[in-house]
Design a protein around this ligand. Sequence first.
Ligand SMILES: [Zn+2]
Length: 250
Amino acid sequence: MRNIISDTLVLKTQRQGDYDKQVVLFGPGAGLIRATVYGSYRGKSRLAGSTEQFLRLKAYLYYNPVRDSWKLSDAEVLDSHRGIMGSLERILAASVGAEIVMKTDAAGGEERLYRLLLEYFHSLDDQSEVDISYFLIQFLWRYLAVSGYLPDLESCPECGRVLGPGESMVFSQDDPPFSCSDCGKGRGERRLSPGVRRYLLHTGELPWDRAVKVHLSSDAAEECRAVLSEYVQNVVEVPIHSLEGGGLAL
Ligand SMILES: [Zn+2]
Protein backbone atom coordinates (compact mmCIF):
# COMPACT_ATOMS: atom_id res chain seq x y z
CA MET A 1 0.00 0.00 0.00
CA ARG A 2 1.22 3.42 -0.83
CA ASN A 3 -0.24 6.85 -0.26
CA ILE A 4 0.86 10.14 -1.75
CA ILE A 5 -0.24 13.65 -0.91
CA SER A 6 1.00 15.99 -3.60
CA ASP A 7 0.52 19.35 -5.23
CA THR A 8 -0.60 18.39 -8.76
CA LEU A 9 -2.04 19.75 -11.97
CA VAL A 10 -4.87 17.95 -13.75
CA LEU A 11 -3.57 17.45 -17.28
CA LYS A 12 -6.40 15.37 -18.69
CA THR A 13 -9.75 13.94 -17.72
CA GLN A 14 -11.78 11.19 -19.34
CA ARG A 15 -15.03 9.52 -18.46
CA GLN A 16 -14.71 5.84 -17.69
CA GLY A 17 -17.84 3.73 -17.75
CA ASP A 18 -21.01 5.28 -16.34
CA TYR A 19 -19.79 6.91 -13.18
CA ASP A 20 -16.01 7.00 -12.95
CA LYS A 21 -13.45 9.46 -14.24
CA GLN A 22 -9.83 8.87 -15.26
CA VAL A 23 -7.53 11.78 -14.53
CA VAL A 24 -3.90 12.32 -15.48
CA LEU A 25 -2.16 14.22 -12.71
CA PHE A 26 1.30 15.69 -12.67
CA GLY A 27 3.18 16.95 -9.67
CA PRO A 28 6.62 17.17 -8.12
CA GLY A 29 7.23 14.01 -6.16
CA ALA A 30 4.23 12.28 -7.69
CA GLY A 31 5.40 12.53 -11.30
CA LEU A 32 2.78 11.55 -13.85
CA ILE A 33 -0.03 9.52 -12.35
CA ARG A 34 -3.14 8.11 -13.99
CA ALA A 35 -5.78 7.82 -11.31
CA THR A 36 -9.44 6.91 -11.06
CA VAL A 37 -12.01 9.12 -9.39
CA TYR A 38 -14.68 6.63 -8.43
CA GLY A 39 -18.27 7.79 -8.66
CA SER A 40 -17.30 11.15 -10.11
CA TYR A 41 -20.38 11.22 -12.34
CA ARG A 42 -22.81 10.28 -9.62
CA GLY A 43 -24.94 13.25 -8.65
CA LYS A 44 -23.55 13.78 -5.20
CA SER A 45 -19.84 13.19 -5.80
CA ARG A 46 -17.76 15.53 -3.72
CA LEU A 47 -14.85 15.21 -6.13
CA ALA A 48 -16.70 15.90 -9.40
CA GLY A 49 -16.01 19.65 -9.47
CA SER A 50 -12.53 19.45 -8.04
CA THR A 51 -11.13 17.19 -10.75
CA GLU A 52 -11.56 19.30 -13.90
CA GLN A 53 -8.77 19.82 -16.44
CA PHE A 54 -6.03 22.38 -15.62
CA LEU A 55 -6.97 22.65 -11.93
CA ARG A 56 -4.19 22.72 -9.40
CA LEU A 57 -4.94 20.33 -6.59
CA LYS A 58 -3.65 19.04 -3.38
CA ALA A 59 -4.26 15.43 -4.32
CA TYR A 60 -4.63 12.52 -1.93
CA LEU A 61 -3.66 9.46 -3.91
CA TYR A 62 -3.89 5.85 -2.92
CA TYR A 63 -2.17 3.00 -4.73
CA ASN A 64 -3.88 -0.37 -4.88
CA PRO A 65 -1.22 -3.02 -5.52
CA VAL A 66 -3.77 -5.75 -6.29
CA ARG A 67 -5.33 -3.77 -9.10
CA ASP A 68 -2.05 -2.01 -9.86
CA SER A 69 -3.91 1.25 -10.07
CA TRP A 70 -4.18 4.63 -8.41
CA LYS A 71 -7.26 6.11 -6.86
CA LEU A 72 -7.83 9.77 -6.08
CA SER A 73 -9.41 9.57 -2.66
CA ASP A 74 -9.58 13.29 -1.91
CA ALA A 75 -8.63 16.63 -3.44
CA GLU A 76 -8.46 20.26 -2.38
CA VAL A 77 -8.55 22.87 -5.13
CA LEU A 78 -5.54 25.20 -4.82
CA ASP A 79 -6.13 27.10 -8.08
CA SER A 80 -9.17 26.74 -10.29
CA HIS A 81 -7.49 28.41 -13.31
CA ARG A 82 -11.04 29.19 -14.35
CA GLY A 83 -9.90 31.87 -16.79
CA ILE A 84 -8.31 29.25 -19.05
CA MET A 85 -11.76 27.87 -19.81
CA GLY A 86 -12.85 31.32 -20.99
CA SER A 87 -11.63 30.86 -24.55
CA LEU A 88 -10.76 28.14 -26.96
CA GLU A 89 -7.36 29.76 -27.60
CA ARG A 90 -6.45 29.55 -23.93
CA ILE A 91 -7.65 25.97 -23.67
CA LEU A 92 -5.58 25.02 -26.73
CA ALA A 93 -2.52 26.83 -25.38
CA ALA A 94 -2.80 25.09 -22.01
CA SER A 95 -3.31 21.78 -23.84
CA VAL A 96 0.07 22.21 -25.53
CA GLY A 97 1.76 22.19 -22.14
CA ALA A 98 -0.29 19.26 -20.87
CA GLU A 99 0.26 17.24 -24.04
CA ILE A 100 4.04 17.77 -24.08
CA VAL A 101 4.38 16.68 -20.45
CA MET A 102 2.22 13.60 -20.98
CA LYS A 103 3.84 12.49 -24.23
CA THR A 104 7.37 12.87 -22.92
CA ASP A 105 6.67 11.21 -19.57
CA ALA A 106 7.68 14.50 -17.98
CA ALA A 107 11.27 14.17 -19.18
CA GLY A 108 13.45 17.07 -18.10
CA GLY A 109 12.93 16.99 -14.36
CA GLU A 110 9.63 17.02 -12.55
CA GLU A 111 10.33 20.00 -10.29
CA ARG A 112 11.40 22.41 -13.00
CA LEU A 113 8.78 21.22 -15.45
CA TYR A 114 6.06 21.57 -12.84
CA ARG A 115 7.11 25.12 -11.97
CA LEU A 116 7.14 26.05 -15.66
CA LEU A 117 3.72 24.53 -16.31
CA LEU A 118 2.27 26.24 -13.25
CA GLU A 119 3.64 29.62 -14.35
CA TYR A 120 2.18 29.03 -17.80
CA PHE A 121 -1.28 28.09 -16.51
CA HIS A 122 -1.29 31.10 -14.17
CA SER A 123 -0.59 33.38 -17.13
CA LEU A 124 -3.31 31.81 -19.22
CA ASP A 125 -5.71 32.26 -16.32
CA ASP A 126 -5.13 36.03 -16.33
CA GLN A 127 -7.94 37.59 -18.33
CA SER A 128 -6.33 41.03 -18.50
CA GLU A 129 -3.80 39.86 -21.10
CA VAL A 130 -5.27 39.71 -24.58
CA ASP A 131 -2.40 38.42 -26.68
CA ILE A 132 -1.72 34.96 -25.36
CA SER A 133 0.60 33.94 -28.20
CA TYR A 134 3.55 35.22 -26.15
CA PHE A 135 2.67 32.83 -23.33
CA LEU A 136 2.91 29.93 -25.75
CA ILE A 137 6.19 31.22 -27.23
CA GLN A 138 7.71 31.65 -23.76
CA PHE A 139 6.45 28.25 -22.66
CA LEU A 140 8.05 26.53 -25.68
CA TRP A 141 11.33 28.41 -25.32
CA ARG A 142 11.58 27.67 -21.60
CA TYR A 143 10.54 24.08 -22.16
CA LEU A 144 13.59 23.73 -24.43
CA ALA A 145 15.76 25.10 -21.63
CA VAL A 146 14.26 22.74 -19.03
CA SER A 147 14.61 19.70 -21.29
CA GLY A 148 18.19 20.53 -22.30
CA TYR A 149 17.52 21.36 -25.96
CA LEU A 150 17.95 25.11 -25.93
CA PRO A 151 19.68 25.97 -29.22
CA ASP A 152 22.67 28.30 -29.32
CA LEU A 153 21.47 31.43 -31.10
CA GLU A 154 24.61 33.45 -30.40
CA SER A 155 27.05 31.48 -32.51
CA CYS A 156 26.88 28.95 -35.30
CA PRO A 157 27.45 25.41 -33.99
CA GLU A 158 28.90 24.38 -37.37
CA CYS A 159 31.58 26.98 -38.05
CA GLY A 160 31.77 28.38 -34.54
CA ARG A 161 31.42 31.95 -35.69
CA VAL A 162 29.79 34.43 -33.31
CA LEU A 163 26.84 36.00 -35.09
CA GLY A 164 26.27 39.72 -35.30
CA PRO A 165 23.00 41.24 -34.08
CA GLY A 166 21.80 41.75 -37.67
CA GLU A 167 22.27 38.16 -38.83
CA SER A 168 19.58 35.58 -39.32
CA MET A 169 19.90 31.81 -38.81
CA VAL A 170 18.66 28.91 -40.87
CA PHE A 171 16.39 26.39 -39.21
CA SER A 172 16.19 22.90 -40.72
CA GLN A 173 15.46 19.29 -39.88
CA ASP A 174 19.18 18.53 -40.11
CA ASP A 175 21.78 18.43 -37.39
CA PRO A 176 22.51 21.06 -36.17
CA PRO A 177 18.97 22.41 -36.44
CA PHE A 178 20.10 26.06 -36.26
CA SER A 179 23.09 27.34 -38.20
CA CYS A 180 24.42 30.52 -39.78
CA SER A 181 23.19 31.41 -43.26
CA ASP A 182 26.52 30.33 -44.86
CA CYS A 183 26.57 26.86 -43.29
CA GLY A 184 22.82 26.41 -43.75
CA LYS A 185 22.82 27.52 -47.39
CA GLY A 186 20.41 25.47 -49.49
CA ARG A 187 19.15 23.38 -46.60
CA GLY A 188 16.90 25.59 -44.58
CA GLU A 189 13.18 25.55 -45.00
CA ARG A 190 12.85 28.32 -42.47
CA ARG A 191 14.78 31.33 -41.27
CA LEU A 192 15.04 32.79 -37.85
CA SER A 193 15.22 36.53 -38.47
CA PRO A 194 17.62 38.76 -36.52
CA GLY A 195 14.76 40.33 -34.55
CA VAL A 196 13.39 36.98 -33.42
CA ARG A 197 16.89 35.75 -32.51
CA ARG A 198 17.48 38.84 -30.37
CA TYR A 199 13.99 38.55 -28.85
CA LEU A 200 14.59 34.94 -27.75
CA LEU A 201 18.07 35.64 -26.39
CA HIS A 202 16.81 38.68 -24.48
CA THR A 203 13.53 37.31 -23.08
CA GLY A 204 15.07 33.96 -22.14
CA GLU A 205 17.02 35.82 -19.45
CA LEU A 206 13.99 37.64 -18.03
CA PRO A 207 11.54 36.47 -15.37
CA TRP A 208 8.32 35.13 -16.88
CA ASP A 209 6.08 38.13 -16.12
CA ARG A 210 8.49 40.54 -17.79
CA ALA A 211 9.30 38.25 -20.70
CA VAL A 212 5.67 37.93 -21.82
CA LYS A 213 5.36 41.71 -22.01
CA VAL A 214 8.05 42.00 -24.69
CA HIS A 215 6.29 41.94 -28.04
CA LEU A 216 7.30 41.42 -31.66
CA SER A 217 5.60 42.46 -34.88
CA SER A 218 2.81 40.03 -35.72
CA ASP A 219 4.81 38.53 -38.62
CA ALA A 220 7.83 38.00 -36.39
CA ALA A 221 5.70 36.50 -33.61
CA GLU A 222 4.17 34.08 -36.11
CA GLU A 223 7.63 33.11 -37.41
CA CYS A 224 8.85 32.59 -33.85
CA ARG A 225 5.84 30.46 -32.90
CA ALA A 226 6.13 28.37 -36.08
CA VAL A 227 9.87 27.66 -35.70
CA LEU A 228 9.58 26.83 -31.99
CA SER A 229 6.53 24.61 -32.58
CA GLU A 230 8.38 22.64 -35.23
CA TYR A 231 11.62 22.41 -33.27
CA VAL A 232 9.90 21.28 -30.06
CA GLN A 233 8.10 18.53 -31.97
CA ASN A 234 11.42 17.39 -33.47
CA VAL A 235 12.96 17.33 -30.01
CA VAL A 236 10.17 15.32 -28.36
CA GLU A 237 10.02 13.09 -31.46
CA VAL A 238 6.25 12.88 -31.47
CA PRO A 239 3.57 15.13 -32.97
CA ILE A 240 1.94 17.49 -30.48
CA HIS A 241 -1.59 17.72 -31.85
CA SER A 242 -2.54 20.83 -29.93
CA LEU A 243 0.33 22.66 -31.70
CA GLU A 244 -0.86 21.68 -35.14
CA GLY A 245 -3.76 22.77 -37.25
CA GLY A 246 -3.27 26.50 -36.73
CA GLY A 247 -5.69 26.67 -33.86
CA LEU A 248 -3.55 29.39 -32.34
CA ALA A 249 -3.85 32.05 -35.01
CA LEU A 250 -2.03 35.16 -33.94
ZN1 LIG B 1 28.23 28.61 -39.68
